[in-house]
Design a protein around this ligand. Structure first.
Ligand code: FVH
Length: 301
């Protein structure tokens, strides 16, 4: 249930939120609770009803939403949707700040900044590292990048949503970090799904039986991340190293265990094939640095 909104404050700047999906709604709700005058717009206007009941203003058009104040936060499905909505009302962005919290690629952030600057708008790109129920809690953090002046001007307002991490004036860095973290999360969940498929092939083992073991194991392994990161950054001898023979043997075992359990083993088959190639080429050592290097696509000459 939403907290009661504080009365809109004369000292808190007004904010517009475009998009009232699960996340946009949570953002608008948090700003309202913090005492901002919040103007909202959403394609499906009915989603605004509970916010309007609590004091939000529902703009009849995107243009009027933009015109309601100096700061608009957009949180829409994707950048194509965002641009399609903003384009017809683009003139209203002149002299105002647009903060996009819509998930998009670094290239889309650069392109949107150029578009906004050409309109005389100020633009900050952001990435939300939280799910909707975490917004405005200590668990939520957000990345921002782009021009520093509008970020500094609106930092206090943006802080309502979660801890802001400003990553500098290069507009594409927030989305780069955002998508890098989402990639890590995606692969972690893929690992969870795979491990669960393997473990629950044992009759009588449920996912819930197995999950605490996985959590304990992954939590302990997370402690290695800073050590491996230091290895990646260093040119000295690595603190963490295994032989490629050992890593290949483990990958074969993980593939065999998956097959026996009736689970797809293609990830491990690809790993073994890649390690075969490295061993055949004379490599012997598996380190965090070499693991990261092998992921890089060689630049085209
Ligand atoms: N939900 C989450 O956990 C993640 C957390 C990290 C950040 N993401 C990104 O936030 C953006 C919005 O996500 P969302 O959860 O609010 O998504 P939905 O609930 O699906 O709402 C989508 C909103 O976009 C509107 N919309 C979609 N298509 C159109 C269109 N053609 N024209 C106008 N608006 C459109 C939709 O409107 P409606 O369906 O309510 O009418 C919603 O406002 C997203 O980038 C995540 O990656 C969330």
């Amino acid at each position: 249930m939403s907290a009661s909104p504080a009365a809109p404050s004369a000292t808190k700047p007004p904010v517009t939120v475009l998009g009232l999906g699960l996340m946009g709604y949570a953002l608008a709700d948090a700003l309202l609770t913090a005492g901002h005058r919040v103007t909202v717009w959403n394609r499906t206007a009915a989603k605004a009803a509970p916010l309007v009941e609590r004091g939000a203003l529902l703009a009849p058009s995107v243009r009027e939403a933009l015109e309601a104040g100096p700061l608009t936060i957009a949180c829409l499905l994707d950048y194509d949707t965002q641009r399609a909505l903003l384009e017809p009302a683009a003139g209203a962005l002149h002299g105002r700040t647009l903060v996009s919290l819509t998930n998009g690629s670094p290239a889309q952030a650069r392109e949107t900044e150029s578009w906004a600057l050409a309109l005389g708008a100020r633009y900050v790109d952001g990435g939300i590292m939280a799910v909707p129920h975490q917004i405005a809690t200590p668990e939520a953090f957000l990345f921002y990048s782009g021009a520093q002046d509008p970020f500094d001007e609106h930092r206090t307002t943006l802080s309502v949503l979660g801890t802001p991490h400003y990553l500098g004036p290069e507009v594409d860095v927030a989305s780069l970090y955002d998508l890098a973290l989402l990639s890590g999360m995606d692969m972690m969940f893929a690992g969870f799904f795979h491990a669960t498929a393997v473990a629950t092939s044992h009759k009588g083992t449920t996912a819930s039986d197995f999950a605490p073991h996985l959590v304990t194991w992954l939590t302990s392994m997370l402690g290695m991340v800073p050590l491996m990161a230091a290895d990646i950054d260093s040119s000295g001898p690595p603190a963490y190293s295994q032989t490629l023979d050992l890593v290949r043997a483990a990958a074969r075992n993980m593939g065999d265990a998956a097959r026996e359990a009736g689970v797809r083993a293609d990830h491990f088959d690809r790993t073994v094939a890649e390690l075969d190639g490295r061993i055949a080429a004379g490599e012997t050592e598996y380190t965090a640095s070499t693991a990261v290097d092998r992921l890089r696509v060689p630049a085209r000459g």
